[in-house]
Design a protein around this ligand. Structure first.
Ligand code: 4AD
Ligand code: MG
Length: 445
């Protein structure tokens, strides 16, 4: 067998040729003397056609009884077919089975509906199905595009530690562990405090890594372990940060549209997600917290939302959903009450009860995907904030140093990759956005 090996994604470059694909049997339909196997190889799926008369009896019989998810190499001639989802079909000539799944132990994920608990319990196998594989491919592109955006704009990637001596985003959601004789350490909630230091060393920096929060709530948006990409920029103010955020998200969406139109179809079915994503371009609308509150007040008066929003409170998930539904692209809500936000946010000089911060809410009710702010750059104010938030001063001495030696205005944000994937792929739950989700009640597999 001298046929060239190809991936299914590239099979269109081999029309009329005989090629070999190495993969697995995803599906099999038989109709008399015809078999219609569907093969997958991780890059896509392709339907094969196997007329009994066209192959050797052994090949036909082997395939006819093969269990789904058996591994195999298949050789066949590529034919363009406009009815096929990928645009191509394979006229099968030969099949070599690598490992046959036993008939008495069939692949547990079938085409029938399974509940989410069953699927998560079998996540190691569930991820083989075309929709889940497509999501993971889109995730990979989002991660690459996110890093590429900063890499190509003179940002230096600086990796913060994962084991930390103190909280970044509030003490209630910390994973705590013993750390030799030093007492306790915590898994990082965000690399921000550390990249504020690297930003003052290198100017424009970003970090990209796993972050951890002991979220005790079961929601569609929260994981206990998730990946965050965080830029931090010396001399940038809140307005600069909002421009950075809109260009960043636009870049990611552009890359996904370039590469993943078939995957988006596989993921979202009939819905034309690509058409919605094509609308994503800068500038994004900017709405102040006060104006967002006014929108919610009006919506409540008109019976469009169930609960009134209390001025001064953070927005709940239904509030964010309502606000984001008013726009066809992400909306940037800025200047929240300082009280509901983190200790490190710079107060607005025009109204010090407000913080110079921004949350970017994704369209279609996906809620917050980015949170960021300008940072307190004054030593005394920052020290006062640390104390008034009941944080241990000793753990923050180094952070305060940054305000002692050449402090400058600086700003940054964090985007949770999983929230972004859920929005771009139109998923109901973040558990499908990462190979192995970690949530309150699951740490297996
Ligand atoms: O808004 P957050 O808490 O901001 C920070 O951590 C800042 N220190 C970032 C910075 O300014 N450098 O979190 C940032 C983003 C959220 O907008 C959301 O996308 C994601 O992280 N996120 C989560 N994603 C999944 N599960 C969770 N439990 C998440 N918590 C936050
Ligand atoms: Mg936030």
């Amino acid at each position: 067998n001298t046929a060239p090996i190809t991936s299914i994604a590239n099979i269109g470059t081999h029309v009329g040729q005989t090629v070999t694909v190495r993969g697995w049997l995803y599906n099999l339909r038989a109709s008399g003397k015809l078999l219609f196997p569907i093969f997958r190889d991780g890059t896509g799926t392709i339907q094969g056609i196997v007329p009994k008369a066209a192959v050797s009896p052994e090949v036909f019989d082997t395939l006819k009884d093969l269990q789904l998810e058996s591994s195999l190499t298949v050789t066949g001639k590529v034919r363009a077919d406009s009815r096929a989802p990928s645009g191509y079909e394979l006229d099968v000539e030969d099949v070599k089975v690598q490992q046959a799944v036993r008939a008495d132990q069939p692949f547990p994920i079938t085409l029938k509906e399974h509940g989410p608990d069953f699927l998560m319990e079998h996540r190691h196998l569930w991820m083989r199905t075309p929709r889940q594989s497509a999501i993971l491919r889109v995730r990979a592109t989002i991660m690459r595009a996110a890093a590429e955006f900063f890499d190509t704009q003179d940002f230096t990637r600086t990796d913060p530690p994962i084991l930390t001596p103190a909280a970044c985003e509030g003490t209630s959601e910390l994973f705590e562990m013993k750390y030799f004789d030093e007492g306790n350490a915590y898994l990082t909630q965000s690399g921000q405090l550390y990249i504020e230091a690297t930003a003052l060393a290198l100017g424009k920096v970003y970090s990209f890594g796993p972050t951890f929060r002991a979220e005790k709530s079961k929601t569609r948006r929260h994981l206990t372990e998730f990946w965050m990409i965080e830029p931090e920029v010396a001399y940038a103010d809140l307005d600069d940060l909002m421009v950075l955020a809109e260009n960043f998200l636009t870049h990611i969406v552009t890359r996904v549209l370039e590469k993943h139109r078939i995957d988006l179809k596989t993921i979202t079915g009939a819905e034309d997600k690509a058409a919605k994503l094509e609308k994503i371009s800068a500038p994004f609308p900017r709405v102040s917290y006060d104006d967002a509150h006014a929108m919610l007040e009006k919506a409540f008066a008109e019976g469009l939302i169930e609960k009134p929003h209390v001025y001064g409170d953070d927005f709940g998930a239904p509030d964010e959903t309502y606000i984001s539904n008013q726009f066809d692209r992400p909306v940037m809500v800025h200047r929240y009450p300082a009280e509901v936000k983190a200790f490190y946010m710079q107060p607005d000089p025009k109204d010090p009860t407000k913080a110079l911060c921004v949350d970017v809410l994704a369209p279609e009710g996906y809620g917050e995907i980015i949170g960021g702010s300008q940072r307190v750059d004054d030593y005394d104010l920052l020290k006062e904030r640390i104390l008034s938030h009941g944080l241990p001063l000793e753990a923050f001495e180094w952070y305060l140093d940054l305000r002692k030696y050449g402090s400058v205005p600086h700003s940054g944000f964090g985007m949770g990759i999983e929230r972004c994937v859920a929005w771009i792929c139109g998923l109901d739950h973040v558990r499908e956005t990462i190979p192995f989700a970690r949530t309150l009640n699951r740490i297996y597999p």
